[in-house]
Design a protein around this ligand. Structure first.
Ligand code: HPA
Length: 269
């Protein structure tokens, strides 16, 4: 496994003309940000040795090296999800490679269902903590020498980056919630009973990504920042029907606000 990570990193290093320390995963809601990346070198996942390729509609797959907010960055347009059938090692493979390339800070975004009764569709949530409700921990198995066997998860999401996001949101008059993101394996959205259960557990939003990537990033010592777009609501008196199209529509609408915060954070961090 580790050998494959190194092999992929070496292949990418031979193509790279910059040395970014910041990476961003352009999940649902941040796709548009890819268009702002300047002087970019775009490499489709399908060309990268050992790289898993996303199959989901709306999740194009490529790595982009370029400048955003004046900073060298590495962007992943489209991510790999567990529900597609990949195992956890494949889902988190890109994070391991990022670490070998010298990435120190990771920005992630996602679409999520709001379980907090105070949330509305289109709201933004700064992720302050997470619950791993996926069937597996990506660190299961032989420890990869990028980090400790039993990593601390006390600050999975970096407190300084959360503070920076708060300042930027205030300056730009953007309302953000702060909450706990819980990841399920998907691909089903939740039943009303499941939404209620997750709310009782302390989750404010539910989605199908991010948690494995953040676990592996923390294992590698990469600091993380994450934001969710609340694209639907669950667990409330009224049952709301959720479709992938609704999720994408709500994410697209919230995209400019999320992009403003992320762009400015990358510039200043
Ligand atoms: N549940 C799980 N994943 C999601 C949801 C949801 O309600 N909305 C967007 N992604």
């Amino acid at each position: 496994m580790y050998k494959r990570i190194l092999q992929t990193a070496e292949w990418l290093k031979a193509k790279m003309t910059t040395k970014p320390e910041t990476a961003i995963i352009l999940g649902s809601g941040l796709g548009e940000l890819a268009k702002e990346i300047e002087d970019s070198l775009v490499i489709p996942y399908s060309e990268i040795p050992n790289f898993p390729v996303s199959t989901v509609e709306g999740h194009a797959g490529c790595m982009i090296f370029g400048k955003l907010g004046g900073k060298d960055i590495l962007a992943m347009e489209g991510r790999i999800h567990y529900y597609e059938g990949y195992d956890m090692k494949e889902v988190t493979f890109p994070i391991r490679v990022m670490h070998e390339l010298g990435i120190k800070t990771l920005f992630v975004s996602n679409a999520a269902g709001g379980t907090n009764p105070g949330y509305s569709v289109g709201d933004l949530m700064v992720i302050t903590d997470q619950i791993n409700f996926m069937p597996e921990n990506p660190l299961r198995g032989a420890n990869i020498p990028q980090g400790p066997r039993f990593p601390d998860m006390g600050h999975a999401y970096d407190p300084e980056l959360i503070e920076l996001a708060n300042s930027i949101a205030r300056e730009n008059n953007i309302k953000v919630h702060h909450g706990v993101y819980l990841a399920t394996q998907g691909p089903t959205y939740e039943t009303p009973a499941e939404y209620r259960m997750f709310a009782h557990w302390g989750a404010d939003a539910v989605g199908m990504s991010t948690v494995p990537e953040v676990i592996v990033a923390r294992h590698c010592g990469i600091r993380c920042f994450g934001m969710s777009i609340i694209t639907d609501l669950g667990g409330h008196a009224q049952v709301m029907k959720v479709t992938h199209e609704d999720v994408q529509k709500a994410a697209a609408k919230a995209q400019p606000r999320m992009a403003t915060i992320m762009r400015e954070m990358i510039k200043r961090s």
